[in-house]
Write a protein that binds this ligand. Structure first.
Ligand code: UDP
Length: 257
């Protein structure tokens, strides 16, 4: 099945809705390709980071599906004449995917990331909420693991032993995208989902913003209030640069015949 793609600030975004994205993941689980397929979910911060990070650009180029995570991406796509049907945040994709797993065809998942103990709690929550989803592996890598080849081999070995269908990767951006892209030929899973704080949300370690904030496009405000030290500076930078990226592309679009 082919879908339209939007090209925004060097990011090609698949113009799919939540149902189409889930359908494609389940198809890939059935197929099992040679390399692990992977999904990235760009938000404003990724768009800003991508300008100056070659590894992140490469990770985005090779991604098998790119889903608009945040409202600002959806709004920018519409403004720039390349609409996408809706936002498909990674932290919604994972629970909705689990809900749609048929009971007669269980899905095996491996949770990679989050602080020690958090992924275990997420695994328990998954078992209780979605009995058709089996958590076959859990691992919280130590800080700096991505630069340690032995540790990377150890992680890849654990994944290979567990043989998951889906690898849920919650290591934060751009680490998760770059790590999965680099190791996609060794990751023994059908699909990797690079989904930030989703393992924290599943475990109840962090709370999602209330529905009205999510619908109103101010989920970032909730996140910033919950972690102002880490996110305040980042969001200020994003708020300064992102409109410039949109304006730049808008001017280019008007200039081109
Ligand atoms: N994280 C991790 N290992 C790291 C860095 C981050 O497991 O080396 C986890 C962290 O515990 C949290 C998630 O990555 O669960 C961060 O997700 P978030 O979406 O907040 O990251 P962002 O992309 O916004 O930085």
């Amino acid at each position: 099945m082919t879908h339209k793609r939007s090209e925004l600030f060097g990011i090609r975004i698949d113009a799919v809705d939540m149902q189409q994205a889930i359908g494609r993941v389940l198809e890939w689980v059935d197929e099992r390709a040679f390399a692990c397929r992977y999904i990235v979910t760009p938000n404003v911060d990724h768009a800003v980071l991508l300008r100056k990070s070659e590894p992140l650009q490469t990770a985005y180029e090779h991604a098998d599906m790119v889903l608009a995570d945040g409202h600002p991406i959806v709004w920018a796509a519409r403004l720039l004449g390349q609409p996408v049907p809706e936002r498909v945040p990674g932290s919604d994709l994972v629970p909705q995917l689990f809900t749609e797993v048929p009971t007669n065809k269980p899905l095996n998942v491996f949770l990679l990331g989050a602080a020690p103990g958090v992924a275990t709690r997420a695994g328990q929550k998954i078992q209780k909420t979605w009995p058709q989803v089996r958590t076959v592996g859990i691992y919280s890598p130590p800080m700096g693991f991505e630069d340690d080849p032995e540790e990377c081999d150890y992680i890849l070995g654990r994944i290979a032993l567990s043989r998951p269908d889906v690898l849920v990767v919650g290591l934060g951006a751009p680490k998760q995208e770059c790590w999965v892209a680099k190791h996609r030929h060794q990751i023994q899973a059908s699909v990797s989902l690079c989904v930030g704080a989703t393992i924290d949300f599943l475990a109840g370690e962090k709370n999602r913003a209330p529905g009205w904030m999510q619908r109103g496009g101010v989920e970032w405000l909730h996140r910033m209030c919950s972690d102002p030290k880490r996110l305040g500076k980042r969001y200020a930078k994003d708020a300064w640069i992102f409109p410039q990226l949109v304006m730049q592309q808008w001017i280019e679009t008007r200039r081109s015949p």
